[in-house]
Design a protein around this ligand. Structure first.
Ligand code: EPU
Length: 418
């Protein structure tokens, strides 16, 4: 087992390069299932979730070659159509294989993901959409069994904006007969990145980035060569890291236009964020002002930045109201932040943060990916030592976070514990 130890109070300075986006890499790697031949993916982050998806692709019979941040996938000889429980339970995004397997093989068997630390997270909208495309779906022994002789283009409306739901149906529809329209589709940059990757493969997708995506089905797709977009949540996490430590850092290899809401809210809190050639400069200072935030689908404030923003608000002067509208249980980090001295009250989907208290280092436990990022951030700002355990959560989605923070001057290290 490993822990991350942080000695707080260091001002961050220097330059940090952002890695490829986990949530773009996962669906794009899966899109290789739609074709035979070697697809090449660059700027793929070295993460546990990427290893899991590569393992799943391999189990399905695809060949996967990895060399640092380049991954090559050839799904020419798919031999299986099952995403087993052991993999889906470690990473829900495994359900992304449903759409492409149905499109390519007319069959998929995928373990139904249960709830997770941040909410129930059903996939009913993925399944309903696949049924509308002509698939027969049943549930047996905890597995979704999906079959389709052929998929036919249709009109699909999502009751709730769903990121992986939009991605799954986009991948199912690219090889369907006729045209599919996805309404109230997710507009996240990762959805646009997948649409671009699919179009490079010869798909006919328009409207990605708007609430209506149109997919004209084609007969076959060809392999593609794709560079993964920068991770906007990692970028946002480093913005907060600089803000919390009165730092002065330059963030490069990022895409500021994907972070408009985050940049606005952090600026509102009194932090200087300037666009510079090649990236963003973030200069933290005092005082930090209290700001209210509500998480929303893109282009609103991302739920994946809520926990990190809350840490900034712990140091602000006054009250901040944070409303979580995407997941029903995404305040688990609050109890751990309280152990570090934060004054936060939760009622339903709202957290009220009374800022102005200094944080003190404590042993804390990571419960999910973004919660663990928030604990590391809190540790950077706290007096004394913070010990974050269960760091495997952070390794799912942040590439070498402690190395990047240490290069900026943070006193942070990973230790083995017995
Ligand atoms: N929902 C349903 N039915 C569905 C699908 C979704 O009710 O069929 C609900 C969910 O329960 C949730 C809301 O719709 O309340 C939005 O969920 P969404 O489907 O958009 O989430 P997701 O696709 O499972 C992706 C990211 C998450 C990110 C959310 C929201 C990936 C692999 N995961 O999840 O990322 O929080 O969108 O932006 O893209 C993370 O990286 O830490 C992470 C959790």
């Amino acid at each position: 087992m490993e822990k991350i130890l942080i000695e707080g109070g260091r001002r961050l300075e220097g330059t940090v390069a952002i890695s490829g986006a986990k949530n773009a890499a996962l669906p794009i790697l899966v899109s290789a299932l739609l074709t035979d031949g070697w697809n090449t993916y660059q700027n793929v982050p070295e993460l546990r979730d990427v290893m899991t998806i590569n393992k799943l692709l391999t189990e399905l019979g695809a060949r996967v070659e990895t060399e640092k941040n380049t991954v090559r996938v050839n799904a020419g000889a798919l031999s299986r159509y099952e995403a087993p429980y052991e993999l889906v339970r470690t990473m829900r995004a495994s359900v992304l294989v449903l759409g492409p397997l149905l499109a390519r093989l007319g069959r998929a068997r995928v373990s139904l993901p249960g709830g997770c630390a941040i909410g129930a997270r059903p996939i009913n909208l993925h399944l309903r959409g696949l049924e509308l495309l002509g698939a027969e779906i049943s549930l047996s022994h905890g597995y979704i069994e999906a079959k389709a002789k052929s998929l036919k283009g249709t009109d699909i409306y999502f009751d709730i904006v769903t990121v992986t739901g939009t991605e799954n149906l986009m991948m199912a529809a690219v090889l369907a007969e006729g045209t599919t329209t996805l309404r109230n589709a997710a507009r996240e940059p990762e959805v646009c990145a997948l649409a671009e990757a699919l179009n490079q493969m010869g798909a006919q997708i328009s409207g990605a980035g708007t609430p209506m995506i149109t997919i004209r089905g084609v007969d076959t797709l060809r392999p593609a060569s794709v560079t993964i977009i920068p991770d906007r949540i990692e970028t946002g996490t480093f913005i907060i890291a600089s803000a919390l430590t009165q730092g002065n850092i330059k963030i490069v290899s990022c895409e500021p236009s994907h972070l408009t809401a985050v940049i606005h809210k952090v600026r509102e809190a009194g932090v200087t964020i300037e666009e510079e050639p090649g990236g963003l400069r973030v200069i933290g200072g005092e005082p930090i002002c209290s700001v209210d935030v509500k998480t929303l689908p893109y282009p609103g404030f991302p739920t994946d930045m809520q926990a990190q923003f809350m840490v900034l608000m712990c140091l602000a002067s006054g009250l901040s109201v944070i409303s979580e509208t995407i997941f029903e249980n995404r305040f688990i980090h609050v109890c751990e932040l309280q152990r570090m001295g934060a004054n936060i009250k939760v009622s339903g989907n709202t957290a009220i943060v009374s800022g102005g208290k200094s944080l003190t280092g404590a042993p804390v436990m990571a419960t999910d990916l973004r919660a663990s990022a928030s604990l590391i951030l809190a540790g950077l700002a706290a007096k004394g030592t913070t010990e974050v355990s269960r760091v495997y959560h952070i390794d799912r989605g942040y590439e070498a976070i402690e190395k990047k923070l240490a290069q900026l001057g943070a006193n942070i290290r990973r230790v083995q514990i017995t």
